[in-house]
Design a protein. Sequence first.
Length: 123
Amino acid sequence: MVFFLCIPCLALFLYFAIVGIFVPRYRLYIKEAWKCFMDKLKGKKCSISFDNKARLALANWFAKRNMNKTARFFYKKRNFDITLIIAIIVFTIVSTWLFFLLIKFLIHSPCAGKDTCTIPVGS
């Protein structure tokens, strides 16, 4: 049961780790998200309450753009956590499927055993 409490911080860590590659501004959040994940994994309260900070920032972002119903939805901690859990499950499934397709493409490549490779485009 404790691990399910860790998933929102893990989702935020993965998100900021990927976004941090391209946008340096978000690299500061990676360390905070990792500390939050480790604290919750150990069964402690999040010392910096990073998931709450992210939840409020997201709700505030929607409120500034006059999306009040969406802002109210994400303002509730339970809704935010459930959304992050769903996002991490979808992210895991899509990543696993893409990895499977990459391996399948590399094994059954149309270029296997040829000096030059021409991949037919279109029909």
